[in-house]
Design a protein around this ligand. Structure first.
Ligand SMILES: *Cc1c(COP(=O)(O)O)cnc(C)c1O
Length: 351
């Protein structure tokens, strides 16, 4: 059996003799070499880190396995989180695996159908609130302060610890850190975790370079870029529809220490990247994941030369999470035919 994330990285994680070791198959995700987009941006070595291959379809599982293991170690008996969708799917899955009741507080009408379907199927207590993710997070923080319930949002430091393992894997696969890392930014836990992971990899001499961290927010939800809280964040990319990121200051640190940048992309740019990823690369990702790709395309168009550079783009979640958005894409070809092969042949001009 493949070594689990907790086992493989135990010396670099807050794992002790008392930590329960378990796995749902998180981590060890593929790093896939780009073809189409690599050509478009003039980069021979562009890779996608496919975090949608985690057990619940997003990178959230890396942090969740550590957060839940530590919760159990500390005697915790139930979990709670606020979520734009993927954290609740992950918490609910690990809660179910470990037999811990899980409560998720989500903004009503703002969670994509695939993610809500997961939370329902895994049997979480789902509380829909009229309000943003930011408000849901505030509520769940109060709830878990006052009650014996473990908070498993990325403000839980064990989440960041688990998520940093993605950087370790990138360094292991490439034999070095990349020159650039493109990544979507919502609550900013992930950019924080990747930077922490790269710095540890550097410290451990697994890499002699550090990447520039290139984060991207959606224009309607870009508090870090604008330098101010966004009261009503809006974007089609629901996983980054966040107006007041919990890890704001550490995202700024990652940007500045790495010499990188945090920019923003429009919903149209996100949609274009989303479609290009699927029909040009064969990689079906979430719209939030496409924000990092949109940022890469945008930076390249505005003069960033990637020639001779090694670039990794983090594809944070699976496209199946948001089937409604996928159904809005104009099909290349979708028509009804009679059940008659010769008609199909004729249509395909084969006969
Ligand atoms: C959570 C999430 C993000 C944003 O990550 P943060 O750590 O909140 O910045 C991006 N994409 C997907 C698919 C996510 O689930």
């Amino acid at each position: 059996m493949r070594q689990s994330l907790l086992e493989k990285y135990k010396e670099h994680l807050p794992v002790t003799g008392g930590t329960p070791m378990f796995s749902m198959g998180e981590g060890a995700t593929p790093l896939v070499k780009s073809r189409k987009i690599a050509e478009l941006v003039g980069c021979d070595e562009l890779y996608f880190k496919l975090e949608g291959c985690n057990p619940t379809g997003s990178f959230k599982d890396r942090g969740m396995v550590v957060a839940v293991a530590k919760a159990i170690e500390a005697g915790g008996t139930s979990l709670a989180c606020a979520s734009t969708g993927n954290t609740s799917a992950s918490a609910a899955a690990y809660g179910a695996y470990c037999g811990l009741p899980t409560t998720v507080i989500v903004p009503k009408g703002n969670v994509s159908r695939g993610k809500l379907a997961q939370a329902i199927a895994y049997g979480a207590r789902i509380m829909l609130i009229q309000g943003s993710f930011d408000l849901a997070l505030q509520m769940v923080r109060e709830l878990t302060e006052r009650n014996p319930i473990v908070l498993v949002n990325s403000v839980n430091p064990n989440r960041i610890q688990g998520q940093k393992t993605a950087s370790f894997e990138v360094v292991e696969d490439l034999g070095t850190a990349p020159d650039y890392l493109f990544i979507p930014v919502g609550n900013a836990g992930n950019i924080t975790a990747y930077w922490l992971g790269f710095k540890e990899a550097y410290h451990n001499e697994w890499t002699s370079i550090l990447p520039m961290m290139m984060g991207f927010q959606a224009e309607g939800a870009a508090p870090i870029v604008r330098g101010d809280v966004v009261a009503e964040p809006e974007t089609i990319a629901s996983a980054i529809r966040i107006g007041n990121p919990a890890s704001w200051s550490s995202a700024i640190e990652a940007r500045d220490e790495s010499g990188g940048s945090i920019g923003m992309v429009s919903d149209d740019e996100i949609m274009d990247a989303y479609k290009l990823m699927a029909n040009g690369e064969g990689l079906f990702c979430e719209p939030a994941s496409a924000a990092g790709v949109a940022g890469l395309l945008k930076r390249s168009e505005t003069g960033l030369s990637l020639e001779g550079k090694r670039v990794v783009c983090v594809i944070t979640g699976s496209g199946l999470k948001d089937p409604d958005l996928a159904n809005e894409v104009e099909p290349v070809w979708m028509e009804e035919y009679p059940p008659d092969v010769s008609v199909v042949e004729e249509a395909l001009k084969l006969s």
